[in-house]
Design a protein around this ligand. Structure first.
Ligand code: CS2
Ligand code: MG
Length: 402
């Protein structure tokens, strides 16, 4: 079998997605997600200008060799753009391989280790009461695990309290929106939030929270301790994780489970965190971590160290990434949970899919391949629209972590 063509599509059905489509001389095609929120055209150009010419004529079944050709062969290894581009190709090749084998991708990985995939979704509110009600609404939709976020008095915009659709964000000039942050105002508010959620909804519902990289290790330790009575499923992205050592101090102070990794793009970003069991869940996801070839290595490495998977699944990775994640989730012996923040009907119109949601669980479906397709005609109706993730500053103007 040979690759005859590779096309890269950038479409914007409510937010931008980058899709790779690989064509073969046997008529099989595969699709992959290469979306990099706020830098979509960088990933698309990397693919079109530097990757596609090298792959025409190669055997698409040689996904391992092609992965290393693109990783080692680039010389300039790692990084979000490179790894999202590799992910798009790799996911498409696994799609083709599973189609050629006439089976769903999870069967190719080793079969199902469970009958369904526990997922979690988002609930938020500017006021605690609103967030408590939003958790109740999600519970009525069948979710067994819910991430709760809340506005902070005195701060106009706070991560996770927007309209929740994560559509394209930019200011009126089409540039990054600027938000304001205060950890001092944030820290006392979050235990209040979870005290009221537990009081309203009991102890059974799994609760999660995302600090979105904004704390120092000792602040994260404080928050983890303060949240212990509410038995969170996990506290996510407490501190920026370039310094993996930073988690050692948090670990020493709290038993609240820790999750990190949605921004990681190779196993090297989390090797120490996993080896030293400084975290409980690894959030690496197909599109940012280099595709199924790389993600299953991270999953297996995590499994050696009591670390479970918690793939990132916000709406800024396409339904293709979610679909591929679900196959890895169904297979992985150390599966933990899958994020599913949902997609609009407009987004789903571009990505016909076999995955399903029922009563708080998902399943990738039994379609051959990863079970997600790309409707080129529908995509053409939604041209790319430049957008950015927000930028965050402290109240004194210091550029901070968003
Ligand atoms: C968030 C993401 O879902 C999450 O855990 O951290 O929604 C994140 O804000 C976006 O993926 C950034 O593009
Ligand atoms: Mg997050």
């Amino acid at each position: 079998m040979k690759i005859t063509d590779i096309k890269v599509f950038v479409t914007c059905p409510g937010r931008n997605f980058v899709t790779v489509k690989v064509y073969t001389d046997e008529g099989l095609t595969g699709v992959g997600d290469a979306t990099l929120n706020g830098r979509e055209l960088a990933a698309a150009a990397y693919l079109e200008e530097h990757v596609v010419p090298c792959l025409i004529g190669r055997d698409p079944r040689m996904s391992e060799d092609i992965w290393h050709y693109l990783y080692r062969g680039a010389y300039w290894r790692r990084g979000p753009v490179t790894m999202a581009a590799i992910a798009g190709i790799d996911t498409a090749l696994w799609d083709i391989k599973a189609k050629a084998a006439n089976m769903p991708l999870y069967q190719l990985l080793g079969g199902a280790s469970r009958t369904k995939v526990l997922c979690y979704t988002h609930a938020q509110g500017r006021e605690i009461g609103e967030a408590v009600d939003a958790v109740g609404e999600r519970m009525s939709q069948g979710y067994k695990a819910i991430r709760a976020q809340v506005g902070i008095p005195g701060l106009p915009d706070v991560y996770g309290t927007g309209d929740g659709t994560l559509t394209n964000t930019a200011d009126d000039a089409g540039l990054p929106k600027e938000e304001v942050w205060s950890t001092t105002k944030y820290l006392p508010r979050i235990p209040q939030l979870f005290e009221e959620i537990r009081a309203a909804h009991g102890d059974e519902i799994h609760l999660l929270h995302d600090a979105h990289h904004r704390l120092t290790p000792i602040e994260a330790a404080r928050l983890g301790k303060d949240l212990e009575p509410f038995r969170l499923f996990w506290l996510e992205d407490t501190v920026p994780a370039e310094n993996q050592d930073g988690f050692r101090l948090i670990r020493q102070h709290t038993t609240t489970p820790l999750a990190v990794g949605e921004v990681f793009n190779t196993i090297w970003d989390c090797k120490q965190l996993i080896e030293e069991q400084l975290i409980d869940y690894i959030r690496a996801t197909c599109v940012h971590a280099g595709g199924p070839t790389a993600l299953r290595r991270i999953m297996d490495f995590a499994g050696l160290h009591h670390v479970r998977t918690g793939c990132h699944g916000a709406a800024d990775m396409s339904p293709i990434c979610l679909g591929a994640n679900l196959h890895l989730d169904l297979w992985a012996p150390n599966f933990g949970i899958q994020e599913y923040s949902g997609y609009s009907e407009e987004m789903l119109s571009v990505f016909p899919h076999a995955w399903s949601f029922e009563d708080g669980y998902m399943h990738p479906g039994e379609a051959v391949g990863h079970g997600v397709d790309f409707d080129e005609e529908a995509a053409a109706k939604h041209p790319y629209k430049r957008a950015y993730l927000p930028v965050n500053r402290l109240e004194d103007g210091t550029l901070w972590h968003w």
